[in-house]
Design a protein around this ligand. Structure first.
Ligand code: SF4
Length: 357
């Protein structure tokens, strides 16, 4: 047995001795998947609940925004370039996959730079990249705008639905109906933003925040660090994922985001409108802003009847409490985005954790 295994086994045994009653939220969808896959929920002592949060970018995209991109895909001459997870997310009346089967030109790409290449090779078309993601994805989207601006590619634009994680955490911590005793903070996002947003959160709401990696051994250690803080009466921001995350984050990536985007109010599924939680393209780069090029109307938020994704994203219920889970809503017949996305809590429970309560 390797040293890390021995260390994790020891920490897990210590965690399992705990008698405290606590709810710890994993913010990131990758954590949700890793926890479900490794069966960590089942290994927790009775009093410790691990709840999922709003860390899946596809899942938190508001229904109204899905409806807007479906409308965008119907625009003449448009090639809509998107990450694959968005294809099957149901809007109010249609999804991108349905629109593609009806003739819309929608391409799955692996990077925003692939979308710029599409624009370069299709000069008679308008290529729109769907910007979905958090602070981790935003620098690459910014780089695509920079490339298009440098090469003067005018038929490329971005429909930005990019979001910032800390404002959403603020909303969760200030919700009196939600009990979160500590945060397992997202490893990927924190490589960009560093630890300072969590320092503020931990101090304001008196809850420990630990930036944690994605291996089961990382998550066990992150949970152990949160419990240690609680038992010592501390509420601080700490980094478990030290091999990747630096306290200051990635300053180059932060500058890239700041140069091309500005914070705006954004709609989140389940959490509503949150000030300064979205990224809009700055006016200097509006030639590459699809919202300026295509003046679509505002779409109303029309939540899907019976789908509880909003409550799941707030950590108020688990997927098992949704009456549609596993009966009417499955990965092959998804009703909400949490069952579609690779990082969605419902998909994680369906794949790995249907027996976990
Ligand atoms: S199981 Fe399906 S319907 Fe229920 S919350 Fe999850 S995605 Fe929505």
């Amino acid at each position: 047995m390797q040293n890390t295994d021995l260390h994790s086994t020891y920490l897990l045994e210590e965690i399992r001795k705990e008698k405290l009653e606590l709810s710890l939220m994993e913010v990131c969808g990758t954590h949700t998947m890793a926890i479900a896959r490794s069966g960590l929920k089942e290994l927790m002592p009775k009093g410790i609940r691990l709840i999922s949060g709003p860390g899946c970018p596809v899942c938190v995209t508001a229904q109204a925004d899905i409806d807007a991109v479906v409308a965008l895909a119907r625009e003449p001459l448009v090639i809509l370039a998107t990450f694959g997870d968005m294809m099957r997310v149901p809007g109010s009346e249609s999804s991108l996959a349905q629109e593609r089967s009806r003739g819309a030109d929608i391409r799955v790409v692996y990077s925003p730079l692939d979308a710029v290449a599409l624009a370069r090779s299709n000069p008679g078309r308008e290529v729109v990249f769907l910007g979905i993601g958090f602070e981790t994805t935003a620098p690459a989207v910014a780089a695509s705008i920079e490339m298009a601006a440098t090469e003067d590619i005018k038929n490329y634009s971005v429909w930005s639905l990019n979001k910032l994680v800390p404002p959403a955490l603020n909303v969760l911590f200030s919700d009196p109906e939600l009990r979160v005793d500590g945060l397992i903070c997202p490893g990927h996002v924190s490589t960009v933003i560093g630890i300072s947003p969590y320092v503020e959160l931990a101090a304001r709401y008196k809850r420990p925040c630990v930036v944690t990696g994605f291996e089961p051994s990382d998550i066990i250690e992150g949970i152990y660090m949160i419990l240690t803080q609680i038992k010592q009466g501390r509420s601080e921001a700490e980094i478990q994922y030290r091999r990747v995350v630096k306290p200051q984050g990635n300053v180059v990536a932060q500058k890239m985001i700041d140069r091309f985007f500005e914070p705006v109010t954004a709609r989140w599924r389940g959490l509503g409108s949150i000030p300064a939680s979205g990224l809009a393209i700055r006016k200097e780069y509006e030639a590459w802003d699809a919202r300026v090029k295509f003046a679509l109307p505002e779409f109303p938020e029309r939540p899907t009847r019976g789908c509880s994704c909003g409550e799941i994203l707030k950590g108020k219920i688990t997927p098992l409490e949704c009456p549609l889970f596993g009966r009417y809503c499955t990965p092959s017949t998804p009703i909400g985005p949490c069952m579609v996305s690779q990082e969605g809590a419902c998909a994680a429970y369906y794949r790995y954790g249907r027996r976990v309560n």
